[in-house]
Write a protein that binds this ligand. Structure first.
Ligand SMILES: [Zn+2]
Ligand SMILES: [Zn+2]
Length: 182
């Protein structure tokens, strides 16, 4: 759904969208169930001087869905429930000088930019889903991951790599010990 600034100048817009798995490109992340998003879009006029009014798009609402990511250690699928409330401001691209855009403080991270006529709701939702997920996810805190030598999933099986191929620095110590024993 495209949110047009011209439409918002007339009235605010309510939305109730359902996006099916496969209709959104989230990269490595997969939608497992339809994404539901409800809320409203409205125009916010930011006054920056007597004749300088900036027209922002404010998006308020919530989204819920379930997505699949991969464990950073063992690469097995991990299920995530995503349920987010959002209150976002999008300014016209280019309205802030480069310096200002770069100096956005933590408190202002909810500010984004739209290009041209308006904003694609799906793009805003996509961003919210990705922000809601932890950067490095593990299937469980005690996940043992994959063996760096043979690639076996150590949660499911054990391997003998640890004894047959010790880490190089231990091997070096072992050599020294043997020499000292002589
Ligand atoms: Zn894992
Ligand atoms: Zn191994």
């Amino acid at each position: 759904m495209f949110i047009k600034i011209k439409d918002l100048e007339l009235r605010k817009m309510e939305f109730d969208e359902t996006l099916l798995p496969g209709t959104m490109d989230l990269g490595e992340v997969k939608l497992k169930v339809p994404l539901r998003a409800t809320g409203r879009a409205e125009l916010v006029r930011e006054s920056r001087g007597p004749r300088n009014i900036v027209e922002d798009i404010r998006l308020v609402g919530n989204l819920s869905t379930r997505v699949e990511t991969r464990c950073a250690r063992c690469l097995e699928p991990v299920d995530n429930t995503v349920a987010e409330d959002f209150d976002l401001i999008y300014r016209p691209q280019g309205v802030d000088t480069k310096g200002e855009e770069a100096s956005i403080s933590k408190a202002e991270t909810e500010i984004g930019y739209y290009q041209g006529e308006g904003l694609l709701l799906e793009d805003a939702l996509k961003e919210q889903i990705l922000l809601a997920l932890p950067a490095k996810q593990v299937c469980r805190p005690e996940c043992k991951g994959l063996c760096p030598h043979c690639g076996r999933n150590l949660n499911q099986e054990t391997c003998s790599c640890a004894t047959t191929a010790p880490e190089p620095r231990w091997a070096a110590l072992e050599d020294i010990r043997k020499k000292l024993e002589r």
